[in-house]
Design a protein around this ligand. Structure first.
Ligand SMILES: [Zn+2]
Length: 101
């Protein structure tokens, strides 16, 4: 058995800090083009990562960083819906353990 490789590292699209993939919250554009917070980090599609803090989401919202990262066009309703999902996830503090699907 070879040694386990280090954990995958991802960059927060807002503050550009890098972190273990599992410590960041993934926003995913699914194959149907629908944008959602991905609590499991396993949904198929193009993903963008954010620190699980409101400040980073708000920065991403102000600068429209999700539009760029996901190569899409989000309106205010989309951002509001994502922000609600995002807050619910970080407040639960156990991403991936709930039944968020
Ligand atoms: Zn961040």
């Amino acid at each position: 058995m070879s040694q386990q490789r280090k954990q995958p590292i991802r960059t927060c699209i807002a503050c550009r800090s890098t972190s273990d993939k599992r410590k960041l919250l993934r926003i995913v554009k699914g194959t149907d083009g629908h944008i959602d917070c991905d609590a499991t980090g396993k949904c198929a599609g193009r993903g963008a990562y954010l620190c699980p803090v409101t400040a980073c989401f708000e920065m991403a919202r102000k600068r429209r960083l999700l539009d760029r990262a996901l190569k899409t066009s989000l309106n205010n309703d989309d951002y509001q819906r994502l922000q609600d999902q995002f807050k619910a996830l970080i407040e639960s503090e156990v991403p991936g353990l709930g039944t968020v699907n």
